[in-house]
Design a protein around this ligand. Structure first.
Ligand code: GAL
Length: 985
């Protein structure tokens, strides 16, 4: 038999130690993290035959850091070992299970370590690998020890028979591809290596190899019940609970504060005997499904989660504890209360952090066979008995490792592996081993082996049907009653790819209304960008983040890997701020007419003692008063109504829009955010000035067109200068031009899946390459009135833009009107004007929604105010450049050159504004942010009557009708603005 048979065979591993919990123990341990000798072989024909031999001279080999992913080593400037490759569903090799190609990059690792006497004095000596991708074999001191698979799962081997005190030698051979790869087709980068820690463990004889803590909570009695599975003769100590070396065989009812994600109370416990002590943290909670609801400690909970892959742009799937902590802190700061560890068990330290900070966890097993779908699921391992052991092995290793984490409430069998007996067997095993948790798997549509009806990307309509139990029945009628009795979860929804996701508020509204809906998890947490450095052009030297296709992959899935709420460097994208407000722990509703503020707690367990409230009153966006509001401490779920602060009641001295915003902030510092951190806000206008969502024009429809005859010479009206055809050339002596614009640099949600408006409507209409004709010109002493007819090649569907310029006292007013010409249908990206202004105008101040970008369906996270930002700050650097940076409901803006205001624009009714140092065409053409170079002469200012929403169509529902810009809405479309020189004010 070939020495590498394990690569292609079905066994999950050979000679391994039975899986058990990862324990913090008094027994000796030795980390093997650090430098190892390394050689990358091209495949099975290029191996070092005596890899395991201590005599092998590896002194000329490279060194590599363990843990690491070898494809990430040396990035961005000197990558050494191949490149990451991205596919979503496709297997990057022929689908010939369980075989993989001979061209199988294989990392050969070697190192020595010095073993102290105590490791061999008695008992056993183990080696533990927390994660090796994807299959590996181990030698120690020249002896073959065993092999393993299951990349994101731990593997232990017994080295007792080969190790000795003093210097020992280990060698590991790691194959990028193996039979295991067929079970690991998650939508992510293919990267390989010993990517999590390696440790040598002393297991003293008579030691405590495994412990299972059962810490339930009886909410009726307020009692925790502590039971421990541990070897006979061990004792349990928990000082806080008054337990001092009691027998672990007993069961202890103790008064406790329960663990919840809102109140993550942990109790330190020690299990000990004469030879070993192990330290654990118990969190008391009981999880159950009752009446189609998910209850923890008897209370229904709503999951407001994210799907989290492990990713760092420099190190791939090897994460430092600092990075994991950053993820958890960012989640807590943004009101997220749940994580699905999509689609594999995370680094175990991540779950420690979830226990500590408080997050509900769906711990997902390392199983996904999605690529089989492209072959009609033929030979899918999930239903093939020859794969049964591999499936069972994976669930066992996950459950055994993670069983002591109170944060874990669901075991998930995996993702997108269709359905089959092996998954059902995993479920049965997990339930037997741990009846205290629930089983999740989205692929079990019949819900005959799961505890929750879980789906992805369902539309609002469908979700509502499920909520009301009017959804279609199961295929097998005998499953229907059971499925209808289960709660419903969107384990993925709202695809955060590029600009978006839009429409979060509507989903949340459903979740908040119907008890059967237990919430959802946004897809996904982070853009998995890979760091690259631009090698030429004006941005040479700058770092950026690569996606599929940037590494010479023959098959790949483009930027579908960049679909997170945080950018690759973990900068929150506007979608995260939006989500934070949508799922905020308190809802604030201000009723100026009644003079009240209503605060409703959305918490399930904690009261609001940690939340303070402060108000901000602003007149036309300028803050005029701030202060505290006394809101009584609310128990979970309670509502209080308080009066508006006195300052809000006195009317403003002059006519203006007066707004009040009430912010809910952290009253004191927490583990995850400083005092004053904003958790939520609510706002309302206090004055009676109406703010229409979309302006209406007062201009009449345009006159019948003749071709306009040029005026006698250039025209000047007030501060504006026009050419002989009536085209704007200057404002206040600054060169400024203007044209109608209908295009936006397509966002991912415009391009993919259900969002193909681009290919079916927008491109055929040539909206991205409009040609213009000055169709009408009329001039008198203080008016210039023009009609511009614009359209794309080939089609007779066009738009007439009427522009009426009128000199006013201190500037020039522009009235606009937009009329579609011909039989238009469907959506339009935007309708407005694009102005080219001097490049030196590098700052914008606006009164409208801010501070972040907003679109029709992403407005929850922004409030009404006056904001200033540099043109650079106005851009959101999405990993693949696309439309971004719009500010909505803008009543006034000011552009400044080096902080010196140069132009003011007042809108009669609010418009949308986008300001950028490059044109839409330039933005559309860019593949990465480094392709964007500010134009030499111009910045580009879009003043829009309206823009289409963003939706979630890259993988999910498109823009909801309420947020769409459709042709039939273009009736009396247009806005009025006045350009003024700021110096006049
Ligand atoms: C889901 C899948 C995820 C991801 C997402 C699209 O079907 O479970 O892994 O691929 O679609 O980004």
């Amino acid at each position: 038999m070939s020495p590498h048979a394990y690569v292609n065979d079905l066994s999950p591993g050979n000679n391994r130690v039975s899986p058990r919990a990862l324990l913090s123990s008094s027994a000796a341990r030795l980390s093997l993290d650090g430098d190892w000798r390394f050689r990358l072989a091209t495949g099975l024909d290029d191996l070092t035959l005596d890899l395991g031999s201590p005599e092998l001279d590896d002194s000329r080999w490279d060194t590599i850091a363990v843990p690491s992913c070898w494809q990430m080593i040396g990035r961005p400037d000197a990558p050494r070992y191949g490149a990451p490759a991205y596919t979503n569903i496709k297997f990057p090799f022929p689908v010939d299970p369980p075989f993989v190609p001979d061209e199988n990059p294989t990392g050969e690792y070697r190192r020595t370590f010095e073993l102290p006497e105590e490791f061999v004095a008695d008992g056993r000596c183990l080696i533990r690998f927390e994660g090796v991708d994807s299959a590996f074999a181990l030698w120690c001191n020249g002896v073959w020890i065993g092999d393993g698979k299951g990349s994101r799962l731990p593997t232990e081997f017994d080295l007792t028979h080969v190790v000795r005190p003093g210097i020992n030698q280990v060698a590991v051979r790691v194959h990028q591809w193996s039979s295991g790869s067929y079970l690991e087709d998650q939508d992510m980068w293919w990267v390989s290596g010993i990517f999590r820690s390696v440790t040598i463990l002393h297991r003293p004889s008579g030691g405590i190899d495994d412990v299972f803590v059962h810490a339930d909570y009886d909410h009726e009695q307020g009692l925790g019940r502590l039971r421990i599975d541990a070897p006979a003769g061990t004792t349990l100590t928990c000082r806080e609970l008054g337990l001092d070396r009691v027998d672990t065989a007993g069961s202890y009812d103790v008064a406790v504060d329960p663990w919840t994600a809102e109140t993550p109370r942990l109790y330190s416990i020690t299990v000990a005997n004469d030879v070993e002590e192990v330290h654990l943290r118990a969190g008391f909670r009981t999880v159950e499904i009752t009446d189609g609801q998910l209850l923890v400690n008897g209370v229904p909970i709503l999951l407001q989660g994210v799907n989290r892959h492990e990713w760092h742009p420099l190190t791939g799937r090897t994460l430092s504890e600092e990075t994991m902590r950053r993820d958890v802190e960012l989640m807590k700061q943004h009101n997220i209360n749940a994580v699905r560890t999509s689609h594999y068990p995370p680094d175990p330290r991540f779950l420690d952090l979830c226990d500590e900070y408080g997050l509900w966890v769906i711990d997902e097993c390392d199983v996904e066979t999605h690529g089989f779908v492209l072959n009609d699921w033929r030979n899918n391992p999930s239903d093939d008995p020859i794969w049964r052991d591999a499936y069972l092995d994976r669930i066992q290793r996950m459950v055994e490792r993670d069983k002591n984490h109170p944060s874990v409430v669901f075991w998930s069998l995996g993702n997108e592996a269709d359905t089959g007996a092996n998954l059902a067997a995993m479920s049965a095993w997990a339930l037997r081993r741990d009846p205290s948790r629930l089983i999740h798997y989205e692929g079990n549509r019949e819900c005959d082996y799961v505890d929750v009806y879980s789906k992805m990307y369902d539309s609002l309509d469908f979700v509502e049907q499920v909520a009301l139990r009017t959804d279609p029945p199961t295929s097998d009628p005998s499953n229907d009653a059971r499925r209808r009795s289960l709660p419903y979860l969107l384990c993925e929804y709202a695809h955060a790819m590029g600009n978006g996701p839009g429409g979060l508020a509507e989903y949340q509204e459903l979740f908040d209304t119907h008890p059967r809906l237990i919430g959802g998890f946004i897809w996904e947490w982070i853009d998995h960008g890979v760091v690259l450095r631009q090698d030429s052009g004006p941005n040479a030297g700058r770092l950026y983040y690569g996606y599929g296709g940037d590494f010479g992959e023959q098959v790949h899935d483009r930027n579908f890997i960049a679909d997170g709420l945080v950018l690759p460097d973990r900068t929150p994208s506007p979608g995260l701020t939006e989500y934070a407000q949508v799922i905020a722990p308190v809802r604030i509703t201000i009723d100026p007419a009644a003079g009240t503020i209503q605060v409703r707690s959305r918490l399930s367990f904690a009261d609001t003692a940690h939340i303070g409230f402060r108000y901000v009153i602003s007149d036309d966006g300028i803050e005029v008063a701030i202060g505290d509001v006394d809101v009584p401490v609310l128990a979970a779920g309670e509502t209080a109504t308080v009066s508006l602060p006195a300052a809000a009641v006195s009317p403003p001295r002059q006519r203006c829009e007066r707004w009040i915003r009430l912010e809910a902030v952290l009253a004191g510092k927490t583990d995850w955010a400083p005092t004053g951190h904003r958790l939520a806000f609510g706002e309302a206008q206090l004055t009676q000035i109406s703010v229409p969502q979309r302006p209406r024009t007062a201009l009449p429809p345009p006159p019948v067109h003749r071709d306009s005859s040029p005026a006698g010479g250039p025209l000047t009206i007030g501060p504006a200068t026009f050419d002989v055809r009536g085209r704007l050339v200057a404002l206040f002596d600054h060169p400024v031009t203007l044209l109608p614009a209908l295009w936006r640099a397509t966002i991912d949600n415009d391009k993919y899946a259900g969002g193909q408006a681009v290919e079916t409507v927008w491109e055929p209409l040539g909206l991205h390459r409009l040609q213009h004709r000055m169709a009408h010109l009329a001039v008198d002493d203080d008016h210039v009135s023009v009609v511009v007819r614009s359209g794309g090649a080939i089609t007779d569907r066009m738009i007439d833009t009427t522009l009426v310029w009128t000199a006013v006292d201190d500037g020039i007013q522009l009235q606009t009107r937009f009329d579609l010409v011909g039989p238009w249908q469907g959506t339009i990206p935007r309708i407005g004007l694009q102005l080219a202004v001097p490049a030196a105008w590098d700052e914008m101040t606006w009164f409208g929604l801010g501070p972040q970008e907003t679109y029709a369906d992403t407005r929850s996270g922004a409030w009404t105010g006056r904001f200033t930002a540099s043109i650079e700050q106005l851009q959101t650097p999405y990993t693949r450049p696309q439309e971004n940076g719009q500010r909505s409901l803008v009543r006034r803006l000011e552009l400044a050159n080096d902080s010196e205001p140069v132009l003011r624009i007042d809108a009669e009714a609010p418009i949308s504004v986008t300001y950028r140092p490059w044109s839409t065409d330039h933005l559309e053409a860019a593949r990465h942010p480094v392709d964007l170079v500010p134009d030499h002469n111009n910045n580009w200012l879009h003043l829009d009557w309206a823009q289409h929403g963003v939706g979630s169509a890259a993988c999910g529902p498109g823009v909801l009708p309420a947020h769409a810009l459709t042709a039939d809405q273009v009736v009396d479309a247009g806005f009025t603005v006045t350009f003024r020189s700021p110096h006049d004010h």
